[in-house]
Design a protein around this ligand. Structure first.
Ligand SMILES: Cc1cc2nc3c(=O)[nH]c(=O)nc-3n(C[C@H](O)[C@H](O)[C@H](O)COP(=O)(O)O)c2cc1C
Length: 194
């Protein structure tokens, strides 16, 4: 009986210790994520890219519609072609890959463009966090809502016109130059009422 009780206490202890380790790790990933502009130029493996996108697909979506697709580009020639129409994509020349998160309004709840963009944005944040967790660097480069940039991305990658290329997420090995910003502002929080 005593042995039984001790065993269950040990079990409870080990479960909560494990949980707190997971929590600490999650928070350290969230707070160390940053937009990486400086990459070494090293490639990123297909296995790692698949793992990152798997994390993207774990994001919540309205009515679980998952109205998205992901285009992965690793070929330097294609990366250069993308860069030619994206003046805002600093760092792409040394990124190992890019992931274009595409929002598909036709597949979204209520066929809503807003829901599709929100859902694809959540997948994008998961992708950025997974990238950080794996010791890689990520950076959201805007395509949407710029008509010219979306047109360029669609043309280079053959994306249909009813699909929205939300962003071009740079993924690569970071040089370590980029640092996270502390954005906590106490006065942005309204407790109870505005
Ligand atoms: C919707 C959105 C659009 C962005 N577009 C660009 C962009 O076009 N070019 C760029 O260099 N960074 C872009 N960023 C990255 C932001 O500049 C960056 O997240 C912000 O400066 C905060 O820095 P941090 O990500 O290191 O915390 C974008 C981020 C978001 C969420």
């Amino acid at each position: 009986m005593v042995i039984c009780l001790m065993a269950s206490l040990l079990l409870v202890g080990s479960v909560s210790a494990k949980d707190s380790e997971i929590e600490k790790d999650t928070f350290s990933v969230i707070h160390s994520r940053k937009s990486v502009k400086s990459f070494t130029g090293a490639s990123v493996s297909i296995e790692n890219l698949d793992k990152i996108i798997r994390a993207g697909m774990a994001a919540p979506t309205a009515v679980n519609k998952q109205p998205w697709s992901f285009v992965v580009v690793t070929e330097r020639k294609q990366l250069d072609a993308l860069a030619a129409g994206l003046s805002n994509a600093r760092g792409i020349n040394k990124a190992g890959a890019v992931i274009i998160v595409c929002a598909e309004p036709e597949k979204a709840n209520l066929h809503s463009k807003d829901f599709a963009i929100i859902d694809a944005s959540l997948a994008s944040e998961n992708i950025l966090l997974a990238t950080e967790a794996m010791g890689l660097g990520g950076h959201w480069i805007a395509s949407y809502p710029y008509e010219d940039k979306m047109k360029h991305v669609r043309t280079v990658l053959g994306i249909p016109t009813d699909v929205i290329p939300l962003n071009v997420i740079l993924v690569g090995v970071p040089t370590g130059e980029d640092k996270p910003k502390d954005k906590y502002q106490k006065d942005k929080i309204h407790w109870g009422k505005w």
